[in-house]
Design a protein around this ligand. Sequence first.
Ligand code: ADP
Length: 354
Amino acid sequence: SRRRKIQENGEFVSAHSLISTKPPQNSSPGPKNPLKKPFTCPLRGTNPSEAQKEDSKITGIEEKLIEMIESEIITRNPCVKWDDIAGLEFAKKTVNEAIVWPLKRPDLFKGIRAPPKGLLLFGPPGTGKTMIGKAIASEVSATFFSISASSITSKWVGEGEKLVRVLFALAIKNQPSIIFIDEIDSLLSSRNDGEQEGSRRIKTEFLVQMDGAGTNPNDRILLIGATNRPQELDEAMRRRLAKRMFIPLPNADGRRAILKNLLKSVPNVIGDKEVEEIVKRSKGYSGSDMKNLCTEASMVPLRDIGDISNLVVDEIPPVGLEHFIIALDGIRSSVSQTDIQQLLLWNKDFGSFQ
Ligand code: ADP
C-alpha cells in the first residue's frame, strides 16, 4: 500500500527518495513551473527508523537530520493555554475559530469551510506569536515543529533542502502537526539580488512541500510563519500563507495582565495603584520587554544588598515601585515607531482581519 500511496501523483517515487543521497526525481522541479508537481511524502504511515533500516542508501547526514528534528525541533506537548497569552483577545478568538476548530473537527470543516493551510502571524518581536503557535498545538494536541528560518539557511548549509523535505515528511507522519517557522522572511525573502543558490533551492523546496502537504484533504497540517518584517515576503509565499494576522504590541490591558502574572513569582509590594503607574510608564513595550522589565526590577533589591553570599531569602526586600522606576530607565521599548508604522501599512494592504 505504501507503493500505491507514493504513486499518488501518477509518477513513481522511490519510497526512500526522501532520505536518499540523490534528490528525488519529482522534487527537483524545472525552472519553468517549479511548483507543478508537489512532492508526495514517502514516509507517510511508516516509521522513519524502520525506513532507515530498510534503505542502505541512507547517509549519516540524513540520519542526523531525522534525529535532530526529533530532538530539537519537535515538541510533543507545548502546553501553552489561551489564558497564558495576555490581551490579544481578537487574535485569540479569530485563530481559535478559523484554525483550531477545523483542526479539531475536520469532518465539519470541508469544502467551503475548509481551513487555510497556512497562517502568517506578523507583528513586532516579543508579542506572543510563538505563544499563539504553541497554544494552537496544545488545543488540538498536535505535534509542534518549531524552527527558525535563519537557522535552516545558516546552520544547515548545503543540507537545507533535505531538512525541509524530512521536516514535512515527519509532520505528515505525526499529524495533526503544526510547523512553526520563525523569521520566515529570512527564508522566503523577495530580495533576490545576492541570493545564494542554496537558499533559492531551500525556498523552492519549501513552496513545493507546502503545496504537497495540502494535496491530501485529510491531512491535518498547518504551517505557521512568524515575522516582524512581512514586507519582505514575496507574492508566492503570501499566497500560501492565506490567513495573515497582525499581532500588535500589548495595550494597557495586555501590559497589566502580563505584569500581574509575572509579579506572582516574586514577593512584592505592588498594589493596584503601582501597577497602573508601571502600565502607564511602559507604553510601547512588547510582552518580552515587560518580562525583561520585571526581571530587571526584581534584581534591583538584590543589587542594593551587594554581597549575597550569606543572604537569607527572607531578608530580601520585596520588589516595589521604586525598583521598577530604576528598571524602566535601563529597559526600554525594543520596538520603534517606524517599524510599527510599516507593519500597520502592510496590515492594511495584506492583513486578513482588519
Ligand atoms: P514572538 O512574537 O517574538 O514570537 P514570543 O511569543 O516568543 O514572541 O514571546 C516572548 C516572551 O514574551 C514570551 O515567552 C512571554 O514571556 C512574553 N510575552 C510576549 N507576548 C505575551 C503575551 N501576549 N502574553 C504573555 N506573555 C507574553
